[in-house]
Write a protein that binds this ligand. Sequence first.
Ligand SMILES: NC(=O)c1ccc[n+]([C@@H]2O[C@H](COP(=O)([O-])OP(=O)(O)OC[C@H]3O[C@@H](n4cnc5c(N)ncnc54)[C@H](O)[C@@H]3O)[C@@H](O)[C@H]2O)c1
Length: 334
Amino acid sequence: MAILVTGGGMVGSQIAAQLLERGDKFLLFDAAPPLHHLSTVVDPGKVKIVRGDLLSMPDLIHTIRKEGIDRIIHTAGMLLSGVRERPYDGINVNIMGTANVLEAARLEGVKRVVFTSTGLVSFGAVDPAWPEPVEPDFQMKMLTHRPKAVYPVTKFACEYIGLCYHQLYNVDFVTVRLGSVFGPFLGTASSIPGRTIDQFIRPAIAGKKVVVEDPLLSYGGGADYVYSKDTARACICACDAAPEKIKARVYTVSGGQFVTFQDLIDTVKKIFPKVEIELKHVSKTGAAGFPYPNTQPKDISRSRDEIGYVPEYPLERALKDYAEWLEKYQRMIV
Ligand SMILES: NC(=O)c1ccc[n+]([C@@H]2O[C@H](COP(=O)([O-])OP(=O)(O)OC[C@H]3O[C@@H](n4cnc5c(N)ncnc54)[C@H](O)[C@@H]3O)[C@@H](O)[C@H]2O)c1
């Protein structure tokens, strides 16, 4: 039996590296596998990669049958910026793509489906007066607190559809709501948090000046960063967790620290004491252009209790690890 990992990007590639290390049987399923990037994270000769589209039910069913898939970790999809630019495609890929994964899992008797959602589902809710850390089952006013972008709406829809597939059709569906993911990616990261970190680390490594000027890549309040290696581990924890431990089915995954933009700058300066940073524009609103700054961290205690996820990469350790990877591969980045 084998695990199907949809998506071989920033998160999927790290899942592949960790599954390979454990000796698990698995394969990556991606419509456009980023092969150059993958070659910096895993030995491509040891990883089976299938070029397939989430929107093609035959691609999914064929792969599940042929490879004897019994669990799926579903990371493929479009992220915030992509969905902002192409909302219709984002709705199609994220919602119909996930519906296909769930339906294929139901038809083929797959044991578990782990879905990667986003902490942004609460971004419309968490206004500056939010009183406490945000737990996965946060109290939400259905209309005023609805997510304020199409991307998190697609993720919310998938969470609800998946929970119905569990309740009505016995598909063992588990969601991990990822915080602000960053980490190795050869090329421009799809994620805004990935690019927020890159605007510091890539010039710092190259001995160049850092200029902060893109309004989307700074923020007021705090951010729940999570290193891609922790994210991958959380997905694998959710895939492995004993069924009797799983109660909530929706788990928040962050690095366990609430990081202000100034904290981020201070940590970068600690690692690269000589770096020069010019702040041309620092946004005071929420990350990625959202209206509210985040004033409360995410509560990750349920993830620890039910799926056994505990972050291993606090910001400084994560940035150092990422910098090591960049040192090695920066010449391949065009
Ligand atoms: N990176 C973040 O900050 C972040 C935060 C929260 C949640 N997430 C979620 O985590 C998951 C993984 O994120 P990532 O950073 O690895 O993204 P990524 O863009 O690096 O990787 C996504 C992969 O999905 C593939 N893909 C897209 N459409 C497809 C389709 N129709 N069929 C098959 N493959 C397709 C792409 O080719 C890409 O390789 C996503 O679902 C994302 O929404 C990411």
